[in-house]
Design a protein around this ligand. Structure first.
Ligand code: NAD
Ligand code: GLY
Length: 363
């Protein structure tokens, strides 16, 4: 498996994907020039499985390391959890050069990254993603933050990690629902930029979770795509917005269904199907492309229809999306597999698409 670099001049960093690399994290951090105190942010589940290995590796490499354990779950991705991290960092007298290590899925990565972005106006941090979703997406690109009761990821900062250390071996303990959720983001990369990756997922849908090799290939390919996009547009001035394909509807669904009812990747899968249908209804995309997206999501065991949500509540949640500009909602819409456009869409067309998805869902 190869190394990938997010190219950001002096802030460039490697994504290293290697089976069984967890015990080498301490020496790798040392080689990056990091020293002294360190804090590993995790939760009880992931910490119980891998905390000892990572803490041991840091201590062996000379770090004075402390563990900060947060409650597990999207419902705890909030400012209170960030406060818990600050408390741990202050208690351990972490300095401006002391590294924070995010050991966990996207929730831990986003919280720990945000704490690192803001503690002492910014400290270095390392991503050690342990879910498929975090390995293919959230650990890369420096978006950090937490939810607000009114909307997902409304509070946050861009803060790039110093490195991403990805060990696919940890996915062996991840439950199948979470693996499937991670695969939703791989479908996303296929739809937005890589038809061959999409076709690879179609061809391997039946065995992708049973074997390390196709999964590792999907992780590497996804990271390469994301690294390429972030290297061109770090702060989402343009191109990076395409990484939000499926997320506009998806975030609204997560927000209404309640964080945790649907996991993030499931909401994104539904959101991608809805965005593809919206694109078809606007005449931007052939129905067959939308069918392929829905079929692949279903073949990977992902939901493809929204839960029963009142259309008015759906629209209200969509208006809270971060991409709303001057009251206009923007969508990432596929024009074919491998190509998307960014479009402002009239509320009337969005409402029609929501009603159609809800009708299809009730069938
Ligand atoms: P998660 O972090 O909640 O992890 C899912 C579950 O798996 C948790 O219960 C966790 O404890 C458990 N887990 C993690 N690793 C495990 C392992 N190896 N073995 C057993 N159990 C393990 O969920 P997620 O899907 O990883 O992340 C979702 C979050 O990521 C959302 O909040 C989303 O907004 C965010 N996200 C951020 C970005 C970004 O660019 N920052 C991109 C995509 C998603
Ligand atoms: N997941 C969207 C992004 O990183 O930009």
């Amino acid at each position: 498996m190869g190394n990938i670099t997010v190219e950001l001049g002096g802030r460039s960093y490697p994504i290293i994907i290697r089976d069984g690399m967890l015990p080498s994290i301490g020496p790798r951090m040392h080689r990056l020039g990091l020293r002294g105190r360190a804090a590993v942010v995790t939760n009880a589940l992931v910490g119980g499985l891998y905390g000892k290995t990572v803490m041991g590796s840091l201590k062996d490499a000379g770090f004075d390391a402390v563990r900060i354990t947060l409650p597990d779950g999207e419902e705890y991705k909030n400012v209170e959890a960030v406060g818990m991290v600050y408390d741990g960092l202050v208690a351990h007298r972490m300095e401006r050069t002391s590294p924070v290590v995010a050991l966990g899925g996207g929730v831990i990565g986003d919280i720990a990254g945000f704490a690192a972005a803001t503690y002492l106006r910014g400290t270095p941090y390392i991503q050690v993603p342990t879910t498929l979703l975090a390995q293919v997406d959230s650990s890369v690109g420096g978006k950090t933050g937490v939810n607000h009761p009114m909307g997902k990821n409304l509070i946050g900062a861009f803060h790039q990690p110093r490195a991403v250390f990805t060990d696919p071996a940890v996915l062996k303990t991840l439950d199948e629902r979470q693996l499937r959720a991670g695969a939703a983001e791989v479908i996303k990369y296929g739809v937005i930029l890589d038809e061959a990756l999409f076709a690879f997922m179609e061809a391997n849908a039946g065995r992708i979770f049973a074997s390390v090799s196709p999964l590792s290939m999907a992780i590497e390919r996804s990271c390469r795509i994301k690294a390429g996009v972030v290297s061109v547009d770090e702060r989402e001035g343009g191109l990076r917005a395409i990484l939000n394909f499926g997320h506009t509807f998806g975030h609204a669904i997560e927000n209404i269904a309640g964080y945790g009812a649907l996991v993030h990747g499931e909401a994104v899968a539904i959101g991608m199907c809805m965005a593809a249908e919206l694109s078809v209804s606007l005449g931007l995309c052939a129905p067959d492309a939308a069918r392929r997206i829905r079929s692949l999501a279903a073949a990977l065991g992902l939901p493809v229809h929204p839960p029963d949500i009142a259309p008015g509540a759906f629209m209200a949640a969509l208006r809270m999306d971060k991409k709303v500009s001057s009251g206009v909602i923007r969508f990432i819409l596929p024009t074919s597999i491998g190509k998307v456009v960014i479009r402002e869409v009239d509320e009337r067309d969005i409402k029609l698409a929501i009603r159609k998805s809800l009708r299809d869902s009730a069938r």
